[in-house]
Design a protein around this ligand. Structure first.
Ligand code: CUA
Length: 350
């Protein structure tokens, strides 16, 4: 299902639509998982029907039938042979499928390294030699129609990477690199989540996977800010702003003081640079999301809010109210004008 980011408040809303993303594959890897899921539903249905029929016969059937289903032979066939064969078949199917999703194919496919952090995603796009060509966060961009190999790691505890429309689910385990292949055959936005409990705001550790046509993908990797064919431009959606952001934005719009504060200087002076990196500046922190390309992201706080100037101000002012327990302190010690200046600086395409 395509996540219409301009209409929804978070990536999580898409999960409540129909069909659910698990049953709406957008590419071959997700398709193979969906086929297995339907096969499991079907077999579960058959087994339930057989058990119900046998129970009915045992309770109410004629004596002749009762004698037949109560025999030792029935126990051996239905209790041992049948489940043995079915479960062995499913085991082979499941192991083969897992191998096909995680086998690290070598070729010219795009490789993306995704590192799980409490509670956000570090995303690095690699060239053929394994060098990082672009660093971003909380979004995974891929080209339409060809497989992408993800190198999944963790910086702290076990997380799990899951975009049901694009592939299966794979754990991110500290100290090792797991691979997972994903592919989208139609352009669009797909919702992703962390699928392994990883503490406090685990349920708010989301991201967006964006599938682009090839030309747009090249432009994305080159760092361009794309129009509607790729990434949506920033839009103000006043109705979707939390109260805090609306208030902050209103204050910021108020009587303009003479001369706007310097956003970059405030960012450095307020300690933001200790955790965040902004390429081409002195901000070099690595323990929080890279903010270089924040201006072209769809969401804030790892899928929690749509990204626009107002929500960005609200997030900086009181991220703890929006995503309780996350590692960014609320900056309500700064004035609304100062926060507006920082937001404006971060919201500049670079
Ligand atoms: Cu990360 Cu749950």
């Amino acid at each position: 299902m395509v996540v219409p980011m301009t209409d929804t408040r978070t990536v999580f809303d898409a999960w409540w639509g129909w069909p659910p993303p698990v049953l709406d594959p957008a590419g071959p890897y997700a398709e193979s998982v969906t086929v297995l899921a339907w096969a499991l539903f079907a077999m579960g249905g058959v087994v339930t029907a057989i058990v119900a029929a046998a129970l009915y016969v045992a309770l109410f059937g004629p004596a002749k039938w009762k004698a037949r289903i109560g025999g030792e032979k029935t126990v051996w066939i239905m209790g041992v042979a049948f489940p043995g064969v079915v479960l062995a078949g499913l085991l082979v199917w499941g192991l083969t499928l897992t191998a096909s999703l995680t086998d690290p194919i070598r070729g010219d496919e795009q490789r993306i390294r995704v590192t799980g952090h409490m509670w956000w995603w570090d995303v690095e796009y690699l060239d053929a030699a394994g060098r990082v060509i672009l660093r971003d966060a909380n979004e995974v961009h891929l080209p339409v129609g060809r497989p992408v190999v993800l190198e999944l790691r963790s910086a702290d505890v076990i997380h799990s990477f899951w975009v049901p429309n694009l592939s299966g689910k794979e754990d991110m385990i500290p100290g090792r690199t797991n691979t997972l292949k994903v592919q989208a055959d139609r352009a669009g936005h797909y919702g992703g989540v962390c699928a392994e409990y990883c503490g406090g705001p685990h349920a708010l550790m989301g991201f967006v996977a964006v599938a682009h046509e090839e030309a747009d993908y090249r432009r994305f990797l080159a760092g361009e800010r794309l129009g509607p064919s790729g990434l949506a431009e920033q839009q103000d959606v006043p109705g979707a702003l939390p109260d805090m952001a609306r208030r902050t934005a209103a204050i910021a719009r108020g009587p303009a003081a003479g001369g706007a504060p310097d956003g970059e200087a405030l960012f450095m002076a307020s300690g933001c640079a200790a955790c965040h990196r902004v390429e081409g500046t002195q901000a070099n922190g690595l323990s929080g999301p890279d903010l270089t390309h924040l201006a072209r992201r769809q969401t804030l706080g790892a899928g929690v809010l749509p990204n626009n100037r107002g929500t960005l101000q609200g997030w900086i002012t009181d991220s703890q109210a929006i995503k309780p327990g996350n590692r960014m302190p609320s900056y309500d010690l700064l004035s609304a004008q100062e926060i507006a200046a920082i937001a404006a600086w971060l919201d500049t395409p670079r």
